[in-house]
Write a protein that binds this ligand. Structure first.
Ligand code: TRP
Length: 330
């Protein structure tokens, strides 16, 4: 059986170093161990929480550029916008019809939203939010992905996908593989400049697609403590050190640890961090600039991506429609 890995990226905001280290880089590295890899921009997921059309379209562009600049090779993988494969939405409806409402009631994301409400528990909750795990199942099952890398918050959705797939297989015929989650460990949470998890909502991000000057500025803002140069410092609780570890070899990490013991000043420590991050960013920045300068290129890549992937979806959907009794007419 072919091993297929599939990664969905909800297009909200502009990617930061936390997304790069926590999602983009691991997903690109994983791809080497699979026969096929699928990366898609989940723009129909984006509209669940965002009705600002400009933000949605800007984000699709920025997220796509970030993945491509970081090394996603469209010749070796499928890269597409969810919205360019309308068959996914058709499958989503079909799956809705085999999904127990009770299963969706138990979704953490939906429960958290209802619990945050006081008198009317359904206030502000759309059917999109409620049934979003079904759309996610359609994203995955459409291509019979065997492996899906997810953060801890998405494990339940993968379990739901397996449930939904098994139910369809049981009612009709064996159609879907039950996908496995590749779970990102919690320990790998990338800290932002204030030491909390890096997140746009905490205002503590280091942008991914930034100039050298911007990068330097962001790193200068990392919160440390008031220990003076010459004072021994503890690397294990230090944001500068934690970030450095993501970019450095074991040997360099050891050296940096030693610098801390010997009382490296914060200015020097941050300089070391800047240099190593910047080194990794150089080719990414260059690729980003070349993608940005050719206005048509991104559009063309996405168009080609949809042309490559749609026939697979069409074939799968035709067989599913046949299974459920909606026969082809011509
Ligand atoms: N819901 C995922 C998230 O918020 C994104 C996503 C959408 C996804 N469809 C997917 C992830 C399918 C994996 C597989 O992170």
């Amino acid at each position: 059986m072919k091993k297929r890995i599939l990664t969905g990226i909800t297009t909200t905001g502009t990617p930061h170093i936390g997304n790069y280290l926590g999602a983009i880089k691991p997903a690109l590295n994983h791809a080497e161990n699979y026969d096929e890899s699928y990366y898609f921009l989940a723009d129909y997921h984006a509209i669940i929480k965002n009705s600002d059309s400009k933000e949605v379209s800007d984000s699709v562009k920025n997220v796509a550029l970030a993945w491509l600049a970081s090394g996603l090779d469209t010749n070796k993988s499928y890269f597409y916008r969810q919205s360019d494969v309308p068959e996914i939405l058709e499958l989503s409806w079909i799956l809705n019809c085999v999904t127990a409402k009770g299963l969706m009631n138990r979704s953490h994301a939906y429960k958290a939203a209802t619990e945050a409400n006081s008198s009317d528990e359904d206030k502000g909750i759309t059917m999109g939010l409620f049934s979003y795990p079904v759309l996610m199942a359609a994203d995955i099952l459409m291509f019979n992905a065997t492996h899906v890398p997810v953060g801890a918050d998405q494990i339940q959705h993968l379990e739901m996908t397996r449930d939904i797939a098994a139910r369809f297989n049981h009612i009709y015929k064996k159609t879907f593989e039950l996908p496995e989650a590749i779970i990102q460990s919690k320990k790998d949470t990338v800290p932002g400049i204030d030491g909390q998890k890096m997140s746009k909502s905490y205002g503590n991000i280091i942008p991914l697609l930034s100039s050298e000057k911007q990068l330097k500025k962001s790193i200068a803002k990392i919160i440390t403590n008031s220990l003076e140069p010459g004072d021994p410092k503890d690397p294990s609780t230090c944001t500068v050190f934690k970030l450095y570890k993501y970019f450095a070899s074991d040997e360099l990490i050891k050296e940096f640890e030693n610098d801390y013991k010997e009382g490296i000043g914060w200015g020097d420590a941050k300089n070391k961090l800047f240099n190593i991050v910047n080194n990794e960013m150089l080719p990414i920045r260059e690729k980003f600039m070349s993608l940005e300068s050719d206005k048509k290129l991104l559009n063309d890549l996405l168009y080609e991506g949809s042309k490559k992937v749609r026939p697979i979806a069409q074939q799968m959907l035709a067989s599913i429609r046949d299974s459920i009794g909606i026969k082809n007419i011509s």
